[in-house]
Design a protein around this ligand. Sequence first.
Ligand SMILES: C[S@@+](CC[C@H](N)C(=O)[O-])C[C@H]1O[C@@H](n2cnc3c(N)ncnc32)[C@H](O)[C@@H]1O
Length: 313
Amino acid sequence: MDQPDARSQPYHEPVMLEEAVSWLEPARNGWIIDATFGGGGHSRELLRRHPLARVVGIDRDPDAVSQAPAGEPRLTVVEANHRNLRDILADDRFPDRVEGILFDLGVSSHQLDESERGFSYHREGPLDMRMGPDAPQTVAELIDDATERELVEILRRYGEERYARRIAAAIVDERPFRSTRELATTIANAVPAAARRRRHPARRSFQALRIAVNDELAGLGESLDAAIDLLEPGGRLVVIAYHSLEDRIVKRLFADRSTECSCPPDLPACACGATPDVVVLTKKPLRPSEDEVARNPRARSAVMRVAERRGER
Ligand SMILES: C[S@@+](CC[C@H](N)C(=O)[O-])C[C@H]1O[C@@H](n2cnc3c(N)ncnc32)[C@H](O)[C@@H]1O
């Protein structure tokens, strides 16, 4: 059944809003980067709570950038990929280092719900799924060009799809595809009847193709690494992930950059090369409350981690 159209829905309901704003409290008088601006829910709340804070919003989607409220002098929103964080901050309008950085990964509700963007297996639309014009290919083009093996790999790795082989074979058999519905129907027909009962059989494949086409994971480590370098001492990095592979990248990077020197104490100088530059503040990842998930089911897979830059302020 078709879902209600995106135009009748709010742009995006911010996830773990209270938690994100609280962890970024030490940045209340400084500069904060919202690296995934989306509908600007987190940015707006940060500006509302902290009258002295300034926010730089970043989004690769021109549609999200166009939603930015006009006439808010403390907010600047730029269309860019957060992979280019260092270049973005090199702009004269911004400082070299900031007090807080937020990444709220994944897609916005608006992107998912707007049929024309082609993200949804529920809605008829062009098979696109690019978050922004910087993504080199649409999903339709990726499917045209990929080998069956490459498709199996994408479906397995990014979708953890157990019927990856069958689905990839059916896709190769029936391509080209130009619409979301055509692809969703082919996928549904490729899986055993029992697998069609619980959740939509195309859910994992659509997620996998979206991650591949937007190269969502490849650049994430780089972006987070740059984010840590760009924090002032005492500055905080808050990351909300929605996929286990995303969260694994965050967890590993936080572990790498917080590792203490493991040399024996009697060694005159460090030989292991570990120079911890962050402290991880969330020993266990935080999750949204039950109330939030009941109110906003899209929050259910959210996982938040927070790190603080070491050093004297
Ligand atoms: C979950 S939404 C953010 C929602 C936002 N926090 C709010 O409250 O409205 C994620 C946003 O990040 C953007 N995005 C994803 N990957 C990006 C990247 N590599 N660079 C810049 N923006 C990205 C998407 O276009 C999307 O608008």
